[in-house]
Every structure is written in C-alpha cells, then in structure tokens.
Design a protein around this ligand. Structure first.
Ligand code: ATP
Ligand code: MG
Length: 412
C-alpha cells in the first residue's frame, strides 16, 4: 500500500528537523530531510518565537525544494517539563446488547474516557487508546466488529500547559504553515526507535537531548507513560565549562571528543589538552577528572529517569529492556551507566533505521523523534478515529497506535 507525503517537524533545543516521508509497500520512505540549527527553544519549549519560526521555515523550505512541492500542513513535536500523562478510563453500554461494535461506539467510549477534569491552564494534546475491554475481556486492540454488551477503554491522555502548546502552534503559523497534529516528543522517540516486538514485550525509551530527557514506557503494544525531564546533555557541557573554567565551545569539544559517562572508562593518567579562558597556552589535565564531571551529571539524569520509571508503575514489565537514544546517548559508556542506574540488564543504544539515499542523514540518535513522528502518522493514518465532531483543527484528534502493531504481529 502506498501513502502520500507527510511533513513532520521535531522542535529540538539545538535544531529543527524536517522530514517528508511516504509509504511504499508498507515501507516508510524518506523523501526529504533537513536539519537547521535553532536557538529559540529552551528546555523543550519556545522562548523566542521569531527564531523558532525562522528555523521551521528554513527547514521546511529546504525539504520543499528537495521534494518539489509545497508543504503547508505539518505534524509537530511538543516537548517540555509541562507535559503530564494519565491513564483515563471510559465505559459504554452497547444497545441493543451484543450487536457488533461500530466506529462511533469506539469514538463515544474514548470520548467518555477523555472527560478528565483539568486545571484552567492545561489542555489535552493527545489521547491514545491503550486497550479496550469487552464484557471484561481485557487487552482487546481492535473492538470494531466484535460483539459485546459493555465496552471499556483505557486511554493514555497527555496534557500540556496552554501557554507552551499554543507557543508551538504560533511558531508554526508564523512560519507560514499549519499544524495538523501535535505528537508529544517522548512518544515520537519510542515510535522512532523501538522494534515491533518491543512495544508488546514492554520497553523503556530514554531520549537524552540537549536540555531535556524524554522518557516513555510501552507495554502491551501501547504507550503507558510519558514524561519530559528538564535536564540533558547540555547540562554536561555547562558543568564542564564552569568547573574547568573553559568556554562553552571548548567544553562541548572536550565532552564530544574526550568525554565518557563513566570515569572508569578513562585510563589512569591519560592526558587531555584543555584551553582555559584567560590562558594563552593549553594545559594538560587527566581525562579521568573530566570524565568524573561528566559522570556525575549523567548519573543524576539516570537517577531522574529511574524515578520516572518508578512513578509509571510499569517498571516490572520491561521485558524488552531499555532503548537509549538522543544526541546525549552518543557519549561512550552511557548504556552501561543507565543499565546500572536503572537495574536493567538489556540496554540497546538506539537510532531510527531506514533505507535509501537518506539513510546516512536519518540513522542518527538525534533523529529519533522526527522519524517516530513520520512513522506514527503514516502507520496510524487508516486507524485515526476522530477529529471529534465539530473540531476542525488539530485539537481533540484521537489516534491509536495500538492497531498498527496488532496488524503487524498478527500478520493481518
Ligand atoms: N558525539 C557526541 N558525544 C556526546 N554528546 C553529543 C555528541 N554529539 C552530540 N552530542 C550532544 O547531544 C545534544 C544534542 O542532542 P539532540 O539533537 O538529541 O538534542 P535536541 O533534540 O536538540 O534537544 P532536546 O531534545 O533537549 O530539545 C547536545 O547537547 C550535544 O552536545
Ligand atoms: Mg530532542
């Protein structure tokens, strides 16, 4: 089956990524990709609208030139510590009892589950059904056509503050484009890197970005928990700059060329040249000392992730282990440190897989969210349940990512 072009945008703290993709014979084909450096985001949220809009326009325009068509409608990631997720329940008696369930029944029961009372400053960004229950039979993925007298649903509802969500909307509008849907970044990372079986078996996804770390837990073929921690690899850089008295550029160089997440990964007495501010000459220092600074921040991030997993209540179900991605995961020994801190023996360093001429540009841990967004949209296109009646913009859309996984694992 072939599907038309979708345009997705990952609004990262250091860069805006634009990917245009379609499907051919069930394979996702990247048709165009661009990465533009951005300085308008902080901790995953928009702080300089003009700068973000400029980067979005530049990123999309480059892809437009590559694919030879205009891309006005975009699916965009939303990130930041304001994201919160809850698992909400809904139920619906089916009248007359035991008739086959229709699409509008599914809409009604999911709609019921979404009647979550929110504080005045928050709104729903996504609602993803996790499982349906038919007359008590649990974990039904696709209830349409089945017969039951009572249907229940557990829906994963992700909310954000109206201020931060509308800032993303406005930045895209300012770039002359329109948001058709928002996908929370942690879900994007999971969709970008998890192999099919891992969603079913239970997996943790950790995306260590520049100033955020996204956490998502998938169980029983659906997302069960997401959160965004306001700390990332740029904190390692600022620690090095402060403690070694070097510029941010020099700290970034030291981190990416000599850093490791575990100081024991550095040999004893291994020297590195450090250019301190206000010093003409570079001076030698022990690489292990540098790595101790790196390790202490990476340990802090890992322990915050461990606490998030604890809060999810799903830590006991991670049979497929943890998948670590994001630019910050490129530090050597990150997998070992996270394995130790999380008490998980199965750790995979992950990045999105693709084929074709864009493989080199896309198969990077920094591209997980963008590729996940593309996959999410292309794979769930046929299974989109709503927009809810009367809503014409992206808000209140309900999608499911359960059905594509079911289709694959059952070979339907
Ligand atoms: N080889 C490397 N070794 C260590 N760190 C690296 C390496 N390459 C990039 N990084 C770090 O990865 C970070 C950028 O990662 P990424 O592109 O995933 O972040 P982002 O998406 O822009 O930010 P966020 O997700 O927090 O909004 C930077 O802090 C950078 O220093
Ligand atoms: Mg990111």
């Amino acid at each position: 089956m072939n599907k038309g072009l979708v345009c997705v945008i990952d609004l990262g703290t250091t860069k805006v990524v634009c990917v245009a993709a379609s499907t051919r014979e069930s394979e996702i084909k990247v048709e165009g990709v661009s990465t533009v450096g951005s300085s308008g985001m902080k901790k995953g949220v928009v702080v300089d609208q003009d700068a973000v809009a400029g980067a979005i326009d530049e990123a999309i325009s480059r892809v437009e030139r590559e694919v030879g068509q205009g891309l006005d409608d975009v699916i965009v990631s939303v990130s930041g510590a304001h994201l919160q997720s809850v698992n909400a329940q809904g139920f619906l008696p089916i009248h007359p009892g035991n008739r086959p369930i229709r699409r509008d029944d599914v809409l009604a029961v999911v709609g019921h589950s979404r009647q979550v009372v929110l504080p005045a400053d928050r709104e729903q960004i996504m609602a993803v059904p996790r499982e349906f229950r038919l007359d008590g039979e649990r974990n039904v993925k696709d209830p349409i056509g089945r017969s039951a007298a009572r249907m229940e649903v557990v829906t994963h509802v992700v909310t954000g503050t109206i201020k931060e969500v509308s800032a993303v909307d406005k930045a895209v509008n300012k770039a002359g484009r329109r948001v058709t849907e928002m996908v929370v970044a942690p879900l994007g990372s999971g969709m970008g890197v998890l192999p099919d079986k891992a969603h079913e078996e239970g997996a943790l996804v950790v995306d260590i970005g520049a100033s955020t770390t996204n956490v998502a837990v998938f169980v029983n073929g659906a997302v069960g928990y997401v959160c965004c921690l306001p700390v990332g690899s740029h904190n390692v850089t600022t620690d090095l700059a402060a403690l070694l008295k070097v510029s941010l550029d020099e700290a970034e160089r030291l981190k990416t060329t000599h850093g490791a997440a575990l100081s024991r990964a550095a040999a004893e007495n291994e020297p590195v040249e450090v250019h301190q501010t206000n010093q003409d000459q570079a001076r030698p220092m022990q690489r292990r000392v540098l790595c101790e600074i790196v390790e202490s921040r990476m340990r802090e991030i890992a322990s915050l992730v461990a606490r998030a997993v604890e809060r999810s209540g799903l830590g006991g179900q991670l049979v497929a282990g943890a998948y670590i991605t994001g630019g910050g995961s490129m530090l050597p020994a990150t997998g070992t440190l996270f394995g130790e801190a999380l008490g998980i023996s199965k750790i995979s360093m992950a990045y999105p897989r693709t084929s074709g001429k864009h493989a080199r540009a896309v198969e990077l841990p920094t591209m997980s969210v963008a590729m996940g967004l593309a996959k999410y949209c292309l794979e769930s296109e046929d299974n989109e349940f709503a927009p809810i009646a009367g809503v014409t913009n992206w808000k209140d859309k309900i999608r499911t990512i359960t059905t594509p996984f079911v289709r694959k694992s059952e070979g339907r």
